[in-house]
Design a protein around this ligand. Structure first.
Ligand SMILES: [Zn+2]
Ligand SMILES: [Zn+2]
Length: 49
């Protein structure tokens, strides 16, 4: 099932909305994707994530 929801952070376990001009909600998720870390849950520490 393809999910190309661009209103969600590009870090797959993360459900936060991305920052303007970025695929990610913040630095945490950008770094996590770059380092190819597979996470069970998201550690971006945003409220509700
Ligand atoms: Zn998150
Ligand atoms: Zn995120």
């Amino acid at each position: 099932m393809a999910n190309n929801d661009s209103s969600k952070c590009a870090h797959s376990p993360c459900g936060c909305p991305p920052e303007q001009g970025s695929k990610y909600c913040g630095e945490y998720c950008e770094e996590a994707e770059k380092s190819k870390v597979m996470e069970i849950g998201c550690g971006c520490e945003h409220a509700g994530c």
